[in-house]
Every structure is written in C-alpha cells, then in structure tokens.
Design a protein around this ligand. Structure first.
Ligand SMILES: *[C@@H]1O[C@H](CO)[C@@H](O)[C@H](O)[C@H]1NC(C)=O
Ligand SMILES: *[C@@H]1O[C@H](CO)[C@@H](O)[C@H](O)[C@H]1NC(C)=O
Ligand SMILES: *[C@@H]1O[C@H](CO)[C@@H](O)[C@H](O)[C@H]1NC(C)=O
Ligand SMILES: *[C@@H]1O[C@H](CO)[C@@H](O)[C@H](O)[C@H]1NC(C)=O
Ligand SMILES: *[C@@H]1O[C@H](CO)[C@@H](O)[C@H](O)[C@H]1NC(C)=O
Ligand SMILES: *[C@@H]1O[C@H](CO)[C@@H](O)[C@H](O)[C@H]1NC(C)=O
Ligand SMILES: *[C@@H]1O[C@H](CO)[C@@H](O)[C@H](O)[C@H]1NC(C)=O
Length: 627
C-alpha cells in the first residue's frame, strides 16, 4: 500500500498557551574536546561501538558503526591520523514495530539487514580519508574492489591493505560554495553489494527480495551496509559568524534527558557535544522566542523541534545530529505520540523539524550542516494560516544530510518559494525534493533513493508556479521496484490529484506550471523509470536536459514506461500544454541518455518498447520532443 504524501500545507490555527518561566542559563564544559589541528576537526562518542545492530541503543548512547572505521590525515601531514566517529542507523532504530503491526515501508530493508553508516568531519585543506572495514569478510585485493559514488568524483584512491582503502578528498573552499563540487560520497566495498530483486509474485506490485525466486528480476545493486562520508569545509570568517552562535541570548541544555523545552524563552538553544534524549513521547513546541537551534559537532539529539514563528529569521545549524530513533513510525500528537490511529495524520504527526510562517513576518530559514537521522514521518514541514503567508517563507539549505530514512513518508524537503537548496545529501523513502513553489533553485545534491515515491515531485494538486530549477543531481542508488504503474514514482513525477488519483477531471485550467528546468541529472546503476506526468495544470517550458540514466533494471518494459497525460477540469476542459514542436514551449528532453544511447524522436528509440521507454499520450505528440 502506498501512502501518498498529501498536500504540503493547510490552514490551521495554533493556540498559543505558553508558560514562560525565566530559565537558568546552563553552561557546561564540552565533554569531548575535539582532537584537531587548525585544518581538521573530528569527534568521538565514547562507548558507542559496543552497540549491536538489531536492538535500540540506550537513551544516553549513540550507535557506532560495527562495520566501518575512518581516520583522516591531512595531505600535508599524511602520517598524522585523526579518528572520525562513524555513526550507524538501522531500520526502525532497532526497535521493531512499536504499537502497530501494519506495513511501515521498512520491511524489506529490515529483512535484508541493511544499515547506513556515516562519518562527518570538517577540514580546511586536502585530506586523506582512510576507511577500514571491520567485517572480516570484506577484504579487498585492489582499489578496484571499492567504488566511490557519485562515480564522477574521480578522487584518487589507494589500497592500504586488505581491509583499508585511502581516498584523497580535495578541499573545496568554503563560502556558500555556490559552485561547489560534491564532498558527499558513498564508499562501497564489492563484498557488501547485494542485489534486490522483484520476485514478480505476491501482489500486483511484486515483492522485493534479496533472492530472485523462480521468476524474479534484478531491481538494483547497493551495499547492504552503506557508508557515507560528509567532508565539510570548516566555516570561517563571516560564514562562521553566521552559522555558529558566539554571543546573544543562549540556552545550553544539559546532556541526558531533555524536557521542559517549551518553557525556554531564550533566542538560541545551543546543544554542546554530548548525547541528549527526549524519549518517545516528547516532541516539544518551542517558545516563540526561539529562533536558532545549534547542534555542535558531536552533539547528538534524539528528539524533534516545532518552532512557532513570529520571527523574521530562523536557523538550524551546526554539524551535530538530530535523530528520530526514539519515536515510533508516524508518531501522532493526537495519540500521545504513539503510532497514529488514523490512516492520515498529516496535521498531527511529528516532523523532526516543523515551522510556522506567521502573517507579516517573511521568515527566512538557514538550514545548514546538520544530519537528520531516522525520521519517523516527513522530516520537515512549514505551516501557515494562508497561501500568502506560506509564500513568504524562504530558506537557504546547504550541507544538510538526511540518513536512515527507512520508513515510508520519509520525504526529503519541500522547497518553499525563493529558496535555494544545495550541497546536500538525501536518503529518502518517499518524494525527495518537492517542487511546489515559485522561484526555487536546487543544485549539487546527492540522493540515495529508496522504494517509495519519486525523486522530484511537482504534482498531487494543481499548482500555479514558475521559475524552478534543479541542476547537478547525482542519484547514486534507486531501489524503486513496483511492477504496476504507480502514479507517484520514477525520477520525475507530477502525480495526479491526491484527493482522487484515478480520476481524469481533477485538473484546474486556471493554473499553470512554467519554466521548470531539470539539468544534469545522473542516476547511477539500475533504474525503474524516468518520468510520469499527470498534468493537473497547464504546462509551459518544462525542460529536461542532460538526463543520464546508467541503465534500466530487469523489470518488463511495461512496468518501466514513462507516461504523459493532460487531464481535464470538472467541466471537461483539458489543460493546455505548450507546443514543443516547433515552439520549444512544451516538454523538451534534450540529451536524454540511457545505457549510453541518446534517445531522440529522430532516432526512433523513444518508444516504450525501445530504450527510451516513453509511452506518452498520442494526442500530445507535438507537445514534447526528444532531441
Ligand atoms: C546484525 O544483525 C543481524 C540480524 O540479527 C545478524 O545476523 C548479524 O550477524 C548482525 N551483524 C553484526 C555484525 O553483528
Ligand atoms: C590496515 O591498515 C590500517 C590503517 O593503517 C590499520 O589500522 C590496520 O591494522 C591494517 N590492517 C592490516 C590487516 O594490516
Ligand atoms: C501509548 O502507548 C503506551 C504504551 O503502549 C501506553 O501506555 C499509552 O497509554 C499510550 N498512550 C495513548 C495516548 O494511547
Ligand atoms: C528565479 O528563481 C531564482 C531562485 O530563487 C531567483 O534567484 C531568480 O531571481 C528568479 N528569477 C526570476 C525571473 O524571478
Ligand atoms: C507564484 O507566483 C505567481 C505570480 O506571482 C502567483 O500568482 C502564484 O500564486 C504563486 N504561486 C504560489 C504557489 O504561491
Ligand atoms: C476520463 O475517465 C473516464 C473514466 O475512466 C473515461 O470514461 C473518459 O473517457 C475519460 N475522459 C477523457 C476525456 O479521457
Ligand atoms: C527550454 O528549452 C527551449 C528550447 O529548447 C528554450 O527556448 C526555453 O527557454 C527553455 N526553457 C527553460 C525554462 O529553460
């Protein structure tokens, strides 16, 4: 069963009943002094690695990787090593299904015993990353037994010994890195690779499995135990001032159990290094005074934050971790944060980061540096009382990392109007980037796509939006596996009306989506499908250029087809799609390549039975082109 993510915002009234106590400023010394030089910053969590991969870890502990360790050396001092902590996430945080028995989307990852490890470090010059595997079966005989993804990074890699590989990571100067090269990558030992098959049995969608059975076909190959490296430039100068609170009205929570946060009336909440936990039944709504949450490198917070709005700027910054591991799947505020009792808890389920765009405040959010782990539902949302209030909310997102998205509905980000998202990583088991607003730009993003939802979503409802660009995206894995023609899947998707996905009269001919550009999109390995559009609005100037798909998976071509439908409004009037041939105002596919083959109308390889896998409506022939 798919649970489409419904409309991203709706009207709601918030009753503000705050008890504002004066609170004591708690300062504490850092428990974990960084082991560092001016150009390297790493951290550790003591006593972590003893933890196993299957059960929940203790409140005060962090799950350390049982598969990988890393050490960093500067290229200028290659014999001085700094151990960089390797975190690990497992499906459902090792808790199993708490308070429910129904499907949650983590079934396959759990049965395949998948995990995701990662290490973040900060650096200021070229550095060697040494990665050692702790699994004795993971031996290598040459550097060729290890792959770095995105495969285009071209980093120098050397085998150190049979269990260790060294990778030279070039330093990218800080600043906002608008022209950044990715410093986010996956390291994959060949011995870790497993193939997911669709057994083509069990249901109309088939069933994912690590073994093919009698009928199965391969879907995708990926490491069972993932390892990601987030190498981030040390913020300096104005950037450091912008991202790290140094003075002001700061509250420092104590490590350990965190409670009463709704009573904190400071402007900044600063989590110093250490482990914090809120438990499974606490998801604080912060006071309107709180504008900035800082998670220092080495801070690990098990919990979530609902900010209330009222301010013109907001920040969530720092290289710490915000983990949803203690919550159950779909923790519902209307059910004591237990698993939801209703099928749809869009208004009441916990998001790890939730905001409110108050009227007249035009809030601007900086989301930078954090790693958001194991979201129990959508990871991020902004609410408002009206469309116009919501359209005033904008954000700049950079160096954001989402990991351990095992459950369904673990979307990436909805990108609000006038926002920029760049240099980030998303592991996601639903819509990754939601393009529902005007004037947005997303670039230099690495995506690990899990089973549910598409990579880019601009549908579910008619929309009136323009000037949306998506550029330089590396999809390093894609485990989409559905045999039937799901309406919310593929790389690019405009899903039909969430209110009625089967009906063709849900369009609004007074709304138009225009100037939507996808460029330099690479999807590595095997892929299920490219694009499915149910046009619920008029469409003009939808350009997809330099779309590179490494290969199709083993599914029948009928399951892989791309579709393009132009829907009708309730009066039976069809939306208008721009004329592409010859005007260039419709859907243009420029340099669309699959398995090294260029797909063009001229080459006649676009059909669903041919390499292009396009099965677009016949009456839209002049509204699209592939050239
Ligand atoms: C992880 O858990 C699985 C399932 O219990 C177990 O088979 C496997 O051996 C564990 N791996 C390690 C390295 O402990
Ligand atoms: C491989 O090299 C790493 C890093 O230098 C070292 O920690 C490890 O002990 C070595 N392992 C073997 C089997 O030599
Ligand atoms: C939530 O679940 C716990 C554990 O099963 C139970 O004790 C509690 O009563 C539940 N809360 C609500 C509001 O149902
Ligand atoms: C398009 O959106 C980008 C990103 O928000 C913005 O910088 C640019 O000014 C917009 N262009 C127009 C014509 O509004
Ligand atoms: C996008 O901008 C247009 C033109 O200003 C406006 O009519 C429309 O409502 C905006 N869309 C959204 C979703 O705010
Ligand atoms: C819309 O869908 C209905 C029901 O499937 C179908 O009968 C009808 O022909 C469709 N209309 C158009 C214009 O495609
Ligand atoms: C789309 O491509 C056409 C020509 O191929 C060009 O005229 C148009 O400006 C492009 N639109 C956007 C939004 O880039």
């Amino acid at each position: 069963m798919l649970r489409p993510n419904i409309i991203p915002y709706f009207t709601l009234t918030i009753a503000i009943a705050l008890v504002c106590h004066g609170s004591t400023l708690h300062r504490r010394m850092s428990l974990l002094e960084p082991r560092s030089s001016p150009n390297i910053y790493v951290w550790n969590h003591d006593g972590a690695a003893e933890y196993q991969n299957t059960s929940a870890v203790a409140d005060t502990k962090v799950r350390g990787s049982i598969f990988y360790s890393t050490a960093i050396a500067l290229n200028s001092a290659p014999d001085v090593f700094y151990a960089s902590f390797v975190y690990m996430s497992v499906p459902r945080g090792g808790k199993g299904k708490v308070g429910y028995t129904t499907d949650d989307g983590a079934e396959y990852a759990s049965s395949a015993e998948m995990s995701m490890s990662w290490s973040t470090f900060l650096y200021g010059e070229d550095a060697w990353v040494y990665v050692s595997t702790m699994d004795p079966s993971d031996t290598i005989s040459s550097a060729d037994d290890v792959t770095i993804r995105p495969t285009t990074l071209g980093f120098t890699m050397q085998m150190v010994n049979s269990t260790t590989i060294a990778i030279l990571v070039p330093y990218q100067a800080a600043g906002y890195r608008s022209e950044c090269v990715s410093d986010i990558f996956s390291i994959e030992f060949n011995t870790q690779l497993i193939t997911t098959y669709n057994t083509l049995s069990g249901s109309i969608s088939g069933t994912p499995s690590t073994t093919p059975g009698s009928n199965g076909v391969p879907i995708h190959v990926e490491p069972r135990n993932a390892l990601l490296i987030f190498a981030e430039a040390i913020p300096t100068g104005n950037l450091a001032t912008d991202l790290v609170p140094s003075s002001g009205d700061i509250y420092y929570p104590l490590t350990g159990f965190v409670t009463g946060l709704e009573n904190i009336d400071h402007q900044i909440i600063y989590f110093q290094p250490g482990v914090y936990f809120m438990g499974s039944n606490y998801a604080p709504t912060l006071s309107t005074t709180v504008q900035w949450i800082y998670l220092a490198p080495g801070a690990y917070v098990k919990g979530s934050f609902k900010l209330q709005g009222g301010a013109s700027w907001l920040k969530i910054t720092g290289f710490g971790v915000l983990s949803g591991e203690q919550y159950t799947y779909m923790p519902d505020r209307s059910n004591g944060l237990n698993h939801t009792l209703s099928g749809n808890c869009d208004t009441t389920c916990v998001r790890m980061l939730q905001f409110f765009a108050s009227s007249g405040t035009s809030p601007y959010l900086e989301l930078n540096g954090i790693t958001l782990m194991e979201p129990p539902f959508n990871s991020f949302v902004v609410y408002a009382n009206s469309d116009s209030d919501l359209s005033q909310f904008s954000m700049s997102v950079s160096s954001y990392h989402q990991v351990g998205a095992w459950y369904w509905q673990t979307d990436g980000l909805e990108i609000y109007a006038n926002s920029v998202v760049q240099n980030s990583f998303f592991h996601s088991n639903d819509d990754v980037l939601k393009l529902y607003h005007n004037d947005t730009s997303s670039s230099s993003i690495v995506i690990w796509k899990s089973e549910n939802g598409p990579v880019f979503q601009f549908g579910w409802a008619p929309r009136n939006i323009a000037n949306i660009t998506v550029n330089d995206i590396d999809i390093i894995h894609n485990r989409i596996w559905w045999e039937d023609l799901k309406v919310n899947t593929c790389l690019i998707n405009q899903a039909p009306s969430a209110a009625d996905t089967l009906s063709n009269n849900t369009a609004d001919t007074s709304q138009t989506i225009q100037d939507l550009t996808f460029s330099n999109i690479r999807s590595e390995g095997m892929n299920m499908c490219f694009i499915r559009i149910w046009a619920l609005s008029n469409l003009y100037n939808i350009n997809v250029s330099d779309m590179w798909i490494e290969s199709w998976n083993g599914m029948p071509y009928s399951s892989q087809q791309s579709v393009f439908h132009a829907l009708y409004n309730s009066a039976g009037i069809q939306v208008i799609i721009g004329v592409e041939v010859p005007n260039g105002e419709g859907l243009g596919l420029a340099n669309y390549q699959v398995s090294g083959t260029s797909i063009t109308k001229a080459a006649d390889d676009w059909q669903d039975t041919a390499m292009g896998r396009l099965n677009f409506d016949e009456n839209l022939w002049d509204n699209w082109n592939a050239f």
